[in-house]
Design a protein around this ligand. Structure first.
Ligand code: IMP
Ligand code: MG
Length: 207
C-alpha cells in the first residue's frame, strides 16, 4: 500500500525577510478554505455564461497574483480560461509610488468575453483601477474584479470589487505570492509585518 502523503509542516509563527520580522496572519488551510468558497461562488455566478458557450476568462495580475490564480482557477467548477497582465513593480518600497506602468498586456482577445481580473491585493486601488479602465476599453461582455486581500484603510481610489477573500488592516503582508523585494512569494501562509510600515514610506515590490 502506498504511504499516505506527508502533511505539510505547520507554518512557523514568525519569519524574518530582509531583516524584518513578520508574524503569521493566515495559515494555508484558512487561505485555501476561503479560496475554495470564492471559486464555488464564481462558478455559480458564471455557470449560465459557461453553459451558453461563453466561459469566463480570468486575468491574473503578475507577479503577485500567480499563486492565488492557480488555486482559485482549480476551485472553479465550470469551464474557464486564464491569461495574465503584468504591471511594473514599485521597487523595494512598502508604500505605493502612486504610479502604474504596464509591462505586459493581455494576449487573449477580450472583446465580448466575460472577464474577471484577479489580484493578490488591492491596497491603494490604483493598480486595479488602471487595469479595469484599460480592459473596459476592449469592450468585454462583462468585467468583474476579484482580490484575495483588500486594505480598506489604504484606499486612494474607489474600486468596486466583486469577490474579496479577506479585508485586512493597513499593514504590509508577504507570502502566498506576495513579496518583499521579490522574496517571500513561496511562503505557503500569509505573514504581516510586526512593526507599522505605513509611516516609513517603504514598501516591497508592487507587481
Ligand atoms: P495598489 O495599486 O496600491 O492597490 O497595489 C498594487 C500592488 O502592490 C498589489 O497588486 C501588490 O502586488 C502590491 N502590494 C500592495 N500591498 C502589498 C503588501 O502588503 N504586500 C506585498 N505587496 C503589496
Ligand atoms: Mg499585485
Amino acid at each position: 500500500m502506498e504511504p499516505a502523503p506527508a502533511k505539510p509542516p505547520a507554518a512557523p509563527a514568525v519569519v524574518v525577510c530582509r531583516g524584518e520580522r513578520f508574524r503569521l496572519y493566515l495559515d494555508e488551510p484558512a487561505i485555501l478554505a476561503r479560496v475554495r468558497a470564492l471559486g464555488e461562488q464564481i462558478g455559480a455566478d458564471y455557470a449560465g455564461a459557461a453553459a451558453a458557450g461563453s466561459p469566463p476568462i480570468l486575468i491574473g495580475v503578475l507577479n503577485g497574483a500567480y499563486v492565488f490564480v492557480a488555486d482559485l482557477m482549480r476551485a472553479i467548477p465550470i469551464d474557464c480560461e486564464v491569461d495574465f497582465y503584468k504591471l511594473s513593480s514599485y521597487g523595494t518600497r512598502k508604500v505605493s509610488s502612486g504610479e502604474v506602468h504596464e509591462l505586459k498586456g493581455v494576449d487573449a482577445r477580450l472583446e465580448g468575453r466575460h472577464v474577471l481580473v484577479v489580484e493578490d491585493i488591492v491596497d491603494t486601488g490604483l493598480s486595479m483601477r488602471y487595469i479595469l479602465d484599460r480592459l473596459a476599453a476592449l469592450r468585454p461582455a462583462s468585467l468583474r474584479a476579484a482580490a484575495l486581500l483588500r486594505k480598506p484603510d489604504a484606499a486612494r481610489v474607489d474600486v468596486p470589487l466583486d469577490y474579496v477573500g479577506f479585508d485586512i488592516p493597513d499593514l504590509f503582508v508577504i507570502g502566498y505570492g506576495l513579496d518583499y523585494g521579490q522574496l517571500a512569494r513561496n511562503l505557503r501562509a500569509l505573514y504581516i509585518l510586526e512593526s507599522s510600515p505605513g509611516s516609513d514610506g517603504e514598501r516591497a515590490d508592487g507587481a
